[in-house]
Design a binder for this molecule. Sequence first.
Ligand code: CTP
Length: 397
Amino acid sequence: MLAGKKIVLGITGSIAAYKAAYLCRAFIKKGAEVQVVITPAGKEFITPVTLSALTRKPLVSEFFTANDGTWHSHVDLGVWADLMLIAPATAATIGKMANGIADNMLITTYLSMKAPVFIAPAMDLDMYAHPSTQQNLEKLKSYGNYIIEPATGFLASALEGKGRMEEPDTIVQFIEDFFEKKSPLAKKKIVITAGPTYEKIDPVRYISNYSSGKMGFALAEECASRGAKVILISGPVKLNTIYPSIKRIDVESAEEMYRAALEYFPQMDAGILCAAVADYKPVHYSENKLKRKTGEVLDLKLTPNPDIAAALGQIKKPGQILVGFALETDSERIHAEEKLKKKNLDFIVLNSLKEAGSGFQVDTNKITILDSLGNVKDFPLKSKKEVAKDIINETIK
Ligand code: CTP
């Protein structure tokens, strides 16, 4: 659930700050990216070197870097993050957050935050029980923030009571549960085809296309980051994925991709067919390398490959969603509509090779989505990661 998530971890001046190192490690282990924002008091309790070594990123603490004047944008962090966690959150920080007292980088980041905010208080039992703290926490709840209640136990003051910051594992679990409950894709199963296929001519040659697989991999990662279990059937590509919930099946030919897709689709909630499948393969595979014969035309006979999308469209059951792609160079809308109907898809993602920034090998795409009810939706040019979000949002709808 946390793989690929961008997390702003706010650390404040409490003895529980040492637990932030465990939090960083747990988030990173789950495939998340962590940016620490620490208050000046926080740095008295845990060293920036520990945190930057764990997160592999410099910490953000001041509004400016003293030596070169670089400005740290709390606004950019607010847009970048998928979630913000303040752990440990002291009574002072909770008070400032509740009242908008923006006198340090952590509070300005909080005020600019567009993502859900989680707060794990840590303080002495009397400070926690004080009506002022309780009122501030109520205020923060009313702003839509989530409080991860402190535990009861032995405190640094040698007293016993409620105020201990919750253990890192429990905090991580709380956040994972939150995203799982919120995500309509949680536990859904999705099969995605990606990349090109290779159709062998002889031991050293094949027929293929320019597909890089980037769009299909971006879709798989988007689904996984929203809690889905993904079967990614990929042709030969130079890409990796780090998500444990993506099961990758590497294939080479259209025939192999077809067999894998047919095997998995019946148990899936959705299929997204993003692969650039070679339409034809050589009728005969030559066991020996074909020799060049000067002056002679080589007659290579090709036979059609199975149409994976059409085959899945035929066995699609009610409740299953099937999404296809159409990469066209002419009469784009007409061809896309034909494919949508012929292959029994729920919607088709059209991209035109004529559009600058669309198509093979690039990191951007400009799409139009046509659905089986006749609706047409144009999207602006975006990164393939952003396009994947749009496609998954449509699939969820
Ligand atoms: N597709 C597939 N299996 C094939 C060919 C295509 O699953 N053998 C899928 C693609 O992954 C895509 C959709 O069908 O989701 C349309 O692919 P495209 O290559 O645009 O269409 P084709 O049916 O191959 O038609 P043409 O190449 O003639 O445009």
